[in-house]
Design a protein around this ligand. Sequence first.
Ligand code: MG
Length: 304
Amino acid sequence: MSTVLTVNRQLLSQMQTTYPANRKLPAGAVFASKIDGVTITGYKSGKVLFQGPLEAQEAARWGKPTDSGKTSKGSTAPAASDLPANFSQLAVLGSDEVGTGSYFGPLTTAAVFVPRDQVAPLQELGVKDSKQLTDPQIIRLAKQIQERCPHAVLDLSPAAYNQRIQKYNQAQLKALCHNYVLLRVYHQIAPTKPEAVLIDQFVGAKTYFRYLQGQPEILRDGVYFKEKGEQYHVAVAAASILARASSLAVMDDLTAKAGMTLPIGAGVAVDQVAVKLVEKGLDLGDFAKLHFANTKRVMAQVRK
Ligand code: MG
């Protein structure tokens, strides 16, 4: 399944900045990117190739195929992957989480509602993917976002996380957290309704809603999923900033409690600090996500 668009230079460079540069460039290509369900390759000639199960929807964001005969037939992509027109300017409730890849620290999930009239101001303030921002920038921007936009943040401390991860897998736990913070903001802004809800995608829509089965309330209306969601709406970027700011504050508390700096990630430096914590007589479960492979390595080293 593939679609080819022929675009002008301006649109080509707009596409190049929209998609993450995360694939090796084939010969003659100016950008190559893989997002959820689609790989996109843009060529100097102005031809842009969309491939994958969601290619037709993604290509439709940009224009009509060069040769409609070549487009896929009967794509089974869920409607939820197809964003409404002019999506980035709509009043959107967005959500994102941080901490899933880090051994130490909480799982923090945030949701932010960005009304139409706050889209441009937030962009001008520099609200973007929190991974591209320094800690001081994140703290400063988080304050601005909190003042301007309805929001909710949920920190699952390591202890709370460790308890729940015995019952749910990590993606399911994330789904529960997203649904929780989204609903909190959704009710907070009522009777105003968001024009759309965008979740920074970590599982497909079907799996997400399956994970939520049995919950007393599930936000479903106008919910969309996109990997790198911050590229589609500033609400997801704002949520990622609030999540990171809150996570930083919790990490500061944990660092004080531990009496040593807790590195992020799940590498060797992390193991070394974890060994020290255990040797100090502290409960690792108050600081770290115990189901990570780090725990086994740490305990093996402690016993030596
Ligand atoms: Mg995310």
